[in-house]
Design a protein around this ligand. Structure first.
Ligand code: ADP
Length: 773
């Protein structure tokens, strides 16, 4: 827009001079002779200079100057044309409106030119600056990434920057002058209507209040919602609201990031919950440890709203005193060399319960410039793991101890088995030399019998241990009076007690005390205790055996005046292969398994066993407690077994088949003495042949024979007519249930495990006698 010079009320001479100057300076000259016209012109033009003729014109300089300046953005300089006759009052009035200059008429061309040039330069400078400011402001709006728009008091858009319009799919010109609410803000995110009356943006503009809204949508030109955050700054004119400026941003990315963050936090929460991990954070500036998730509060057993704990207090008050040094060392190490923090220790839970083992791990998290790093980490309750580790350690120690005992046991066993063999071998040599001297033979036989029964006793105990450890003991339960148990046990132990010249006193209740028990096994228990009492008491001691009722139990106590047991050894005395070291000389070939058998057998009967001793030299008491049979009803009374009479069933025809000729000969000798007719063969084929020829009452068959084994012989005989009634007895070193079933399947009637006792053989021959009769 060209700058113009406004000449108000000037005469033709002055106008000529001014027009020439304006032309030269490329200014537009507007010659207007009245005030109203001049003011109207100024509404639409930028006026660089107004020249008012005070001589000719009727313009009032004061009102004109004020009004003109009100219509222009810059202060328009006013120059007045005067002459010598111009009244003083008019000149003063012009001066009062800040006249820039007074030029005398008639105008001199050079003066007019200079004055116009100066005004033009001034105006150009001011207009230029104004234009610069506007450019700068427009640039600012245009380059802002945020949307900015102005809203008039009638809710129409007064301007909008290109970024804002583009966010909504428009050009600024599409929106300026139009009611924006109806175009971009007419419904909520869920599609429900959003009337102007409820619009928070308009409400803020209407009330002249600032407001910031985070979760609304504007609607894009193509109909999709644009999530926005916006701020409203009201425009106040004289303190009254007059529209507003709104800045807004598309918050899609921010919201997506928020959702992502939330999801990732949820994933972390799930993962830590699944791993039962607590999370914590330690802030060094205030030395506070904060529990970061609910699992952490559960681990330390504190209420979920418990305040953060001071780290120094944590170590001093909550950690086990024995672990706080480790804790401080772990913290220092991490703080000095940045290593991963790791600490496992005992922690006293917030609920005052017993110490729990907690494992802490952590890492330093660098903070903004200058701030000390924080430590962030996880924690888990590892009490169960610690207990398992502890149990494993104990178990390993126990295993190694039991291994040691087993080694010791094997050495003792080898020694104890060799001991009886030496006299037996000597006995055999003696028999070979002087077998015809009956007294010598009788003595030697008695000695050999003692040694063999000692060995058999050892082996029986070992077999019992093996059966019990593999759970293969079958109790033959019957209703038994405890008296029968005691009688049997005393009978077995009496020889040893007598040999050591002990005095045994037995006290029993008069009324029967019934047990549902295996008589033989319980007698074994009591006789083991009596035997021990006899062994571990110096000759001439006292042994008391006492059986009485104690409420629903029968109490059997064996007390001796012997060497007693050191207190430290009491807890392990029932363990397998355990012997009190100082008692070794009295053990008499014991292997430390008797008491273990006692405990197992008593427990199999639902009872318990205990030991009391005041220590070395003060004697011992072993107490067995067994549950009474549940009613007073007397079932079958089981008498203690007495040794069978070998002559009771004499006169049978017996065939023995064994490839061990010595074993066959010895057995044959025994049966002959017992009054039977015996034939001996040494293999399976001969057995079948002899059986056919002799038709014996019973055949004792070894299983492991060359050519035809015992099973094959049995099957062959059972398949031969007329042989069905013969009693077939298997003699074998193997005594498992499988071996028994195999023998029975082959047709055997009995199965005896070697070494077979004479009593067992007599017992099975009894069945042959019954068949015969
Ligand atoms: P052993 O065959 O060695 O006697 P036991 O298992 O019967 O094995 O007994 C284990 C150990 O307990 C014995 O070696 C002995 O040291 C001790 N003991 C058992 N009974 C008595 C007792 N009445 N008095 C003192 N010590 C005993």
């Amino acid at each position: 827009m060209p700058l113009c010079v406004l000449a108000v009320g000037a005469g033709p001479d002055a106008l000529r001079v001014l027009a020439a100057a304006a032309d030269e300076l490329q200014l537009q000259l507007a010659a207007i002779d009245n005030e109203a016209g001049a003011l109207a012109y100024a509404e639409t033009h930028a006026v660089a200079l107004a020249i008012v003729d005070l001589v000719q014109g009727s313009v009032d300089p004061a009102t004109f100057g004020t009004r003109l300046r009100a219509r222009q953005q810059v202060t328009v300089p006013l120059v007045f044309l005067v002459d010598a006759a111009t009244p003083r009052a008019r000149i003063d009035a012009a001066g009062a409106v800040d006249a820039a200059d007074f030029l005398a008429l008639p105008l001199i061309a050079g003066v007019a030119h200079a004055r116009l040039a100066m005004a033009a330069a001034q105006a150009r400078k001011e207009c230029g600056e104004t234009i610069d400011h506007r450019d700068h402001f427009s640039l600012l709006l245009a380059s802002s990434g945020e949307g900015i728009y102005g809203m008039g008091p009638d809710h129409t858009c007064t301007f909008i920057n290109p970024a804002g319009a583009a966010m909504l799919g428009y050009q600024p010109d599409d929106l300026v002058g139009r009611p924006l609410h109806d175009m971009i803000h007419y419904q909520h995110a869920d599609g429900s209507p959003y009337p102007l009356a409820q619009c928070r943006l308009n409400e803020a503009a209407r009330e002249g209040a600032s407001v910031r809204v985070d979760n609304e949508v504007f609607w894009h030109r193509d109909g999709h919602p644009v999530p926005v955050s916006y701020s409203v700054a009201p425009i106040l004119v004289d303190g009254a609201p007059n529209g507003a400026v709104i800045t807004f941003t598309d918050s899609t990315a921010r919201r997506a990031a928020e959702v992502q963050l939330k999801e990732s936090e949820e994933r972390v929460r799930l993962a830590t919950d699944a791993a039962e991990l607590g999370m914590w954070r330690w802030r060094p500036e205030d030395d506070q440890i904060a529990w970061e998730n609910t699992r952490m509060f559960d681990i330390v057993r504190m209420p979920h709203d418990a305040a953060p704990v001071n780290a120094a207090r944590f170590a001093a008050e909550y950690l086990h005193p024995g672990d706080s040094a480790d804790f401080n060392e772990a913290v220092t190490k991490t703080l000095t060399d940045g290593a991963r923090f790791y600490f496992v220790g005992r922690f006293m839970p917030g609920d005052g319960g017993p110490y729990r083992w907690i494992e802490f791990t952590g890492l330093l998290q660098p903070q903004a410039e200058g701030a000390r790093p924080q430590m962030i980490g996880t924690a888990s309750d590892v009490t169960a793991r610690k207990r398992t580790e502890e149990d494993l350690r104990t178990l390993a120690a126990e295993l190694s101890e039991s291994n040691r005992k087993k080694g010791e046991f094997l050495a003792t066993l080898a020694h104890e088995l060799r001991n009886p063999l030496a006299p037996i071998r000597t006995g055999l040599a003696v028999l070979g030399l002087g077998g015809d001297k009956p007294e010598a033979v009788a003595r030697i036989r008695a000695m050999m019998e003692r040694q063999v029964s000692h060995m058999v006793h050892l082996v029986d105990d070992l077999l019992d241990v093996a059966r019990i450890s593999s759970g293969k003991v079958d109790l033959k339960i019957a209703r038994v009076d405890v008296k029968a148990v005691i009688a049997s046990a005393v009978e077995t132990s009496q020889p040893l007690i007598d040999a050591a010249q002990h005095r045994l006193s037995v006290t029993l209740s008069d009324t029967p005390l019934w047990l549902d028990a295996d008589l033989t096994r319980l007698a074994q228990v009591v006789s083991n205790l009596l035997t021990n009492a006899a062994k571990y008491t110096l000759p001439g001691g006292q042994i008391q055996l006492h059986a009485s009722r104690d409420e629903r139990y029968v109490l059997i106590a064996v007390t001796d005046s012997g060497m007693g047991i050191p207190r430290a050894e009491l807890p392990t005395v029932f363990d397998m292969f355990t012997q009190v070291s100082t008692h070794a000389p009295q053990a008499q070939g014991g292997l430390g398994i008797g008491l273990s058998l006692v405990r197992h057998l008593v427990e199999l009967h639902g009872g318990s066993v205990a030991v009391h001793s005041e220590g070395e030299g003060h004697g011992s008491t072993f107490e067995v407690r067994l549950p009474l049979a549940d009613s007073g009803e007397r079932r079958k009374f089981v008498r203690p077994s007495t040794a069978p009479d070998p002559m009771a069933h004499a006169g049978l025809n017996v065939l023995i088949a064994d490839d061990n000729e010595d074993a066959a000969a010895a057995l044959s000798e025994f049966l002959r003495i017992a009054g039977h007719h015996v034939t001996t063969v040494n293999n399976g084929h001969d057995a079948v042949r002899s059986a056919g020829a002799l038709h014996p009452d019973a055949i004792l068959l070894d299983i492991g024979m060359p050519g035809m084994n015992g099973y094959e012989v049995a099957r062959a005989l059972r398949g031969t007519p007329g042989m069905e009634k013969i009693v077939l007895v298997a003699l074998t070193g193997w005594g498992t249930d499988d071996d028994r079933s195999r023998a029975s399947a082959a047709g055997f009637d009995h199965h005896l495990t070697k070494p077979t006792s004479a009593a067992d053989i007599v017992k099975v021959l009894e069945t042959a006698r019954r068949k015969e009769s």
